[in-house]
Design a protein around this ligand. Structure first.
Ligand code: PMP
Length: 303
């Protein structure tokens, strides 16, 4: 296959039928989103959200400065899309997030502004709006509120799942950061089959199950406020996965399946195994592996 732009490599990622010991002889299928060109599920979001902003007249090619607060994979996806449309980009990131991801954003030409880790994503959101006021011709896509976020996954990843899986999907399991991935896919799958169970995954320190907010090692998922996208989607269960369970799965799957997955994927896998133990024999469980462990090596992910 000859391509003429990396944007043509976004989406249509492989779906793996994991050959692991799953309770009740069920199958766990995982969408391998690290095979997007920017290395994560958020390339889809960058491409869709920037194109949507251009279509709506909010962004002019070669002119508008894009400013986005991000936990960082979205930053890479936005920077990649912005580069394709010749848009200068400023990304606002709490400083705790992975060194590798911040390097990749710089490589794509984005300017990075760090906010204090203890202010969380809210600190980054506030700073992004301040920068917007100071920057003429600027636009903040705002993944945390933009309906284009769940729509990205509703229109791309979810139909890819239906196309790939023969027969009914009994459960869909995914982590939530902005909540866009979960909300978009869960909405689509419920429309296709009301019996599909939708299970959202968070680390300890995220508030969905009512626990207090605190820091955690699992990167990319966990919320400090309920994602607005969750108002429009049915959530059948919320599973809170301790960091240690997520990181154990990261190591297991590298050793036994040759897959390099990030910690949010590890949490999704730990949750999928729990769901398998709740469901009848021979169930089909679908989950998403958002990125690879290669962007967390500086955090000694395999130690
Ligand atoms: N995992 C990783 C590694 C991520 O970067 C993100 C995005 N923050 C997610 C999961 C969660 O995706 P979403 O924002 O769509 O909930």
């Amino acid at each position: 296959m000859i391509i003429n732009s990396v944007s043509q490599l976004i989406g249509h990622t492989p779906l793996i039928d994991l050959q692991i010991d799953v309770p009740n002889h069920s199958h766990i299928y995982a969408k391998l989103e690290m095979f997007n060109p920017g290395g994560s599920i958020k390339d889809r979001l960058g491409q869709y959200m920037i194109q949507d902003a251009i279509n709506q007249g909010n962004v002019t090619e070669g002119l508008t400065t894009i400013i986005e607060p991000t936990a960082s994979n979205t930053g890479i996806g936005v920077a990649l899309a912005a580069q394709q449309h010749h848009l200068p980009t400023i990304l606002v990131i709490p400083e705790k997030f992975s060194f590798e991801k911040q390097q990749l954003m710089k490589a794509l030409g984005a300017k990075l502004i760090n906010t204090p880790s203890n202010q969380g994503i809210r600190g980054a959101i506030k700073k992004a709006y301040e920068l917007q006021k100071q920057t003429p011709n600027s636009f903040v896509p705002m993944q945390f509120e933009n309906p284009a976020n769940p729509d990205t996954y509703y229109h791309t990843l979810a139909p890819e799942l239906i196309e790939a899986i023969d027969g009914p999907i009994d459960a869909f399991v995914a982590g939530a950061g902005s909540g866009g991935t979960f909300a978009g896919i869960a909405r689509y799958l419920k429309e296709q089959n009301d019996n599909t169970q939708t299970i959202v995954v968070e680390p300890e320190g995220s508030i969905l199950n009512g626990g207090p907010a605190h820091s955690h090692q699992t990167e990319g998922i966990g919320v400090e406020f309920i994602p607005p996208f969750f108002e429009k989607v049915q959530i059948d269960q919320t599973l809170t996965i301790p960091d240690s369970d997520a990181f154990n799965q990261v190591k297991e799957i590298a050793q036994h399946q040759g897959l390099f997955i990030g910690s949010s994927s590890g949490a999704a896998l730990a949750a999928s195994l729990k769901v398998a133990s709740q469901l009848p024999k021979d169930s089909t469980i679908v989950t998403v592996f958002p990125d690879s462990s290669e962007r967390y090596m500086s955090e000694n992910i395999y130690d």
